[in-house]
Design a protein around this ligand. Structure first.
Ligand SMILES: [Zn+2]
Length: 71
C-alpha cells in the first residue's frame, strides 16, 4: 500500500523536543501593566488617562466623577 503524501499538506520536518519548546518560551511571559499615581489624589491610574477617582488630568478637572457612587 502506497501512502498519498499530498493528503497531509505541509508538516514540520521533525518534532520540537520538550526542552527546545521550553527554551523558546522562556522569553514569553506576562508583564505587569504600567501605572502612575494621580497628581491630585494619589490614586493608582493608567498613564496618559484622566484619574478615575477624581477626574483630574494634568492639574485640571476633566471628568465629572460621581463621588457618592464610588463610596
Ligand atoms: Zn485623582
Amino acid at each position: 500500500m502506497k501512502l498519498n503524501i499530498t493528503l497531509f499538506g505541509a508538516l514540520p520536518f521533525r518534532r520540537v523536543s520538550k526542552t527546545a519548546k521550553r527554551q523558546r518560551r522562556t522569553h514569553l511571559k506576562k508583564t505587569a501593566p504600567t501605572t502612575t499615581t494621580c497628581s491630585n489624589c494619589g490614586a493608582v491610574v493608567a498613564p496618559h488617562r484622566a484619574c478615575t477617582k477624581c477626574g483630574y488630568y494634568k492639574g485640571k478637572e476633566t471628568l465629572k466623577v460621581n463621588k457618592e457612587e464610588t463610596k
